[in-house]
Design a protein around this ligand. Structure first.
Ligand code: AR6
Length: 174
């Protein structure tokens, strides 16, 4: 039997280059673009993405919305909004878990088989990556366990530090 971790890959690099069915955007509730990975995705996808996002009427934290990928190699972008870190006692963990779950659910509903995630909330939103990575891994593993349709989840890291955190989180649950 294939182990769940065989369906999870850790990669270092720019998510906009990923050749997967869908990439995930760490957006803000307006869905109208921003800095970090959000800015990179909008730049790479081109103006069609912003136009489609304007029609979505935003997205509350913990939820997700899907659009096409436009000029990206990925066919779809799933936009989700993670929590802003406020010290850890304001429901941030659960909201982060919800953002992963909502995204995977939309992916499954749209027949997506391969999906790449950035480390949601760990940039401008200030969520410590060593606390975020085990939450991300637990949600993804839990989902893959119940759902056979998603074949591959790529955790895209923008730093060696994030990569180490993900590899640690994965190694503790093999
Ligand atoms: N590919 C992969 N990962 C990236 C890339 C990239 N091209 N660029 C940055 N990262 P952030 P957040 C990593 O700040 O914390 C935006 O302005 C980055 O190193 O993009 O959820 C939105 O509009 C970090 O590990 O998202 C919101 O206002 C991770 O992606 C706000 O930032 C997430 O960092 C959302 O903040």
């Amino acid at each position: 039997m294939t182990s769940l971790n065989d369906r999870i890959e850790v990669a270092l690099g720019d998510i906009t280059k990923m050749e997967v069915d869908a990439i995930v955007n760490a957006a803000n509730p307006s869905l109208l673009g921003g800095k970090g990975v959000d800015g990179a995705i909008h730049r790479a996808a081109g103006p069609g993405l912003l136009e489609e996002c304007r029609g979505l009427d935003g997205c509350p934290p913990g939820e997700a919305r899907i659009t096409r990928g436009y000029r990206l190699p990925a066919k779809y972008v799933i936009h989700t909004v993670g929590p802003i870190w406020r010290g850890g006692g304001s429901g941030e963990d659960e909201l982060l878990a919800m953002a992963y779950r909502s995204t995977l659910l939309i992916a499954e509903e749209n027949g997506i088989r391969t999906i790449a995630f950035p480390a949601i909330s760990t940039g401008a939103y200030g969520f410590p990556v060593e606390r975020a990575s085990p939450i991300a891994v637990a949600e993804i593993r839990g989902f893959l366990e119940e759902n056979g349709s998603i074949e591959k989840v790529v955790l895209v890291c923008f730093s060696e530090r994030a990569k180490e955190c993900y590899l640690d989180a994965l190694s503790t649950c093999e």
